[in-house]
Design a protein around this ligand. Structure first.
Ligand code: G3I
Length: 406
């Protein structure tokens, strides 16, 4: 969750992290190419990649046979567009450029035929907004409930869309029992390992990319004092990547964060961390830039491109993973706000297109009706590409023009 900047950071000096990493330093393995195919079938996960040099303790996922999930009936899309419009959908244009264009959501929204129509027409990827969070998938110590995630995956399969898995390790979105009880460091490691491997193993072969670790940093570039950081130490990050690779060798493994999109203390820290992880042989495949932005003060195009390119130069993918642009707290007219919003989307999308390793662009929701922002801020907002009624906004056309004529 995006936290207010007033929260107190916990400074784990980068120096300590760097020393820890250099103590384990090993040669960098070479990477085969894994450009995604056009309009990939769900099972077409990329051929992978970096061998994991196991250095951390691991675990076996529990030998539980999970009950078969009942997949809900999804309504068929209602075709309302003319064939000429269909040649100009974001999905069609993204397919032609070997790109993924995605929207986050939950299967509970898929009972609305118009929503289904819009989602499947315009996008070739869905991201699990909440369905794969710990509190949903693993509500009790010995009970997993994969029904919400399975429904999402089944929907994607029906509509030939890729699935972005969110999230294996985060400091939010876990049930109370996780934080309770006295555990030794080894027991914490076993707890986290078992969760990561059980979930990644359950969805093995069905997930294009996983947010393995989400929001590990404070905005000043110090490591966030997460539950996992306190219980295990900074190694929890490398461990999680190792476990995820062991459980699903076909999924891209991504470190995801917000406010580290431009050039600042946080993006420096992210860069230093991933560089160190790569030197250790930790199987990380890319960095996710969440891109939760406002109408004012977003990073410049130059900063965005420079940051994306330096990560790409490390042989990492760069994904835009949760983009939305808030329009609240502006006294401008609706028209002016939507034009400014379109400019921001245009700038970010153009930076992604300019970076060869940026092949994934996901917005955090489909229409303004279902955005998390009004709920979270208590104020009306319109942060996405489609309005409350599912109609395309200027931001949609800004992206479409770029996809068509970069
Ligand atoms: O599903 C329950 C429902 O059963 C219950 O009655 C209701 C009462 O509060 O809550 C519902 O769950 C809510 C869930 O969204 C689904 O609507 C949770 O309370 C609420 O906390 C949750 O918020 C999500 C938030 O992460 C926290 O997990 C937002 O939808 C989701 O958009 C947001 O996404 C995060 C990313 O995971 C990480 N990056 C930042 C991004 C925005 O904060």
């Amino acid at each position: 969750m995006v936290k207010s900047q007033s929260m107190q950071p916990h400074r784990i000096p980068l120096l300590v992290l760097t020393l820890w990493m250099s103590a384990c330093s090993v040669a960098l393995p070479s990477l085969p190419d894994r450009t995604p195919g056009v309009s990939p079938p769900i099972s077409d996960t990329p051929s992978v990649p970096r061998p994991s040099k196991t250095k951390f303790p691991s675990c076996e996922p529990p030998a539980i046979s999970f009950p078969q999930t009942t997949i809900p009936e999804f309504p068929s899309p209602v075709q309302t567009s003319s064939p000429s419009d269909l040649n100009l959908t974001l999905r069609k244009l993204a397919d032609q450029r070997d790109m993924y264009i995605g929207a986050a959501g939950d299967a509970s929204q898929y009972s609305d035929p118009e929503y289904v129509q819009l989602l499947t027409q315009e996008f070739n990827m869905i991201a699990a907004e909440n369905a794969m969070k710990w509190q949903v998938l693993h509500p009790e110590p010995d009970r997993y409930d994969f029904s919400a995630g399975d429904a999402l995956v089944a929907f994607a399969k029906i509509h030939n869309m890729a699935v972005y898995g969110h999230v294996l390790v985060w400091d939010y979105g876990y049930p109370a029992w996780v934080a309770e009880g006295n555990r030794s460091r080894d027991e914490w490691i076993q707890l986290l390992c078992t969760h990561v491997k059980t979930v990644a193993n359950h969805y093995r072969g069905q997930i294009y990319a996983w947010h393995v670790v989400n929001e590990a940093f404070e905005n000043d570039g110090s490591l966030r004092k997460t539950l996992w950081m306190q219980a295990i130490g900074p190694e929890y990050i490398a461990m999680a990547f190792q476990w995820a690779r062991e459980a699903d060798p076909g999924a891209l493994l991504i470190l995801n964060d917000h406010f580290g999109e431009g050039l600042n203390e946080k993006s420096e820290a992210i860069y230093a961390l991933v560089q160190g992880l790569l030197q250790m042989g930790v199987p990380i495949d890319g960095v996710g830039m969440q891109m939760h932005l406002w109408l004012w003060g977003p990073p410049t195009s130059q900063e965005l491109e420079a940051n994306m390119q330096r990560l790409a130069d490390l042989d990492l993918d760069v994904h835009i993973t949760e983009m939305d642009v808030r329009t609240q707290q502006s006294s401008d007219s609706e028209e002016v706000k939507l034009a400014a919003q379109a400019d921001t989307y245009r700038k970010v999308f153009a930076a992604c297109l300019a970076t060869q390793r940026c092949k994934v662009f996901v917005t955090w929701g489909l229409t303004d009706r279902y955005s998390w922002i009004p709920i979270h801020t208590g104020h009306p907002d319109a942060p996405l590409l489609f309005d409350e009624n599912g109609l395309p906004k200027p931001a949609y056309f800004a992206i479409r023009v770029l996809l068509k004529n970069p």
